[in-house]
Design a protein around this ligand. Sequence first.
Ligand SMILES: [Mn+2]
Length: 327
Amino acid sequence: VKPNASFESIANVMRQRQRFAVMSHFRPDGDALGCSIAMGLCLRELGKEVAIWNHDGLAEKFTFLPGAKLVERPPKEPRDFDAVLMLDTAIQNRVGDSLAAVRHADTWINIDHHVSNEGYGDLAYIDTQSPAAGQILYELFTSQNLPLTPAMADNLFVAISTDTGSFQYPNTTARTYQIGSELIARGVKVGDLSQKMYESYPRRRMELLRAVLNALRFSEDGRTASFSLTIATTEALKTKPEDTEGLIDYIRSVEGVIVAAFFEELPEQKIRVSLRSKDPRVDVCKICGQFGGGGHILASGARISGSLHEVEDRVLAAIAKETAALP
Ligand SMILES: [Mn+2]
């Protein structure tokens, strides 16, 4: 792994070049979108031309983010840029169609916190200790005297809050709280933003939860909880892909459960697997890696070919191997 690029070298590109594309992973979460918009707004403040792209566009639940309207799906016709910023994206091709929409760029910049990120790009800044890519952007903007407007502060707060489970997960540090505090001092309204993030879900998401809880099961030792979602249920409830985001937290919250697993049936015999761990000794990034996926030690995912039952059996067996090794 090559050493990180300096914040200074990244800031130099931001100041010196003119045409930018900002992108993040498909099925974007709060960190991906918050970072993309914050970076896009920062570059606009610097007087740059900026395209903010996401393969899946703006998820409905994030329309409240200031600047959300700037997020577009990548165009069919590729364009040239001076620099491309890829944020919160472990593997370059996880930006989906956004990659092919860049015909040429002089400098590719990769800013991320996933342990599985191998440092693609010309300038890569990977901090796997950082609980959110949004925390890295905060350090970049403030250390380099880049603009940090109230609208950008809202986006960074959402990025950090959503990736830390509201400042709860083990990777949350004193620095994370300090940054939260500094963002509030810059104008973030915590109650207002939290309500928009955590208490404004569409009703169908709760109906979806009711359906998947019917498929809830626990391993014999109680260390693994899992549930699954069939295509039939997705179609019956007319759910959107983003509706499943965070449902896994409900089963992770059970006492004694170390690993939570969510299996979602996709078209063409593909299964999307999400894994969460409550104990760093059970590395779900490693488990997902056995199936071509990756992410973080405590939160990872993979897309696996096979029937729902086959994939469930294979993944649950791989999890059991790891949890059984614990005292
Ligand atoms: Mn993230």
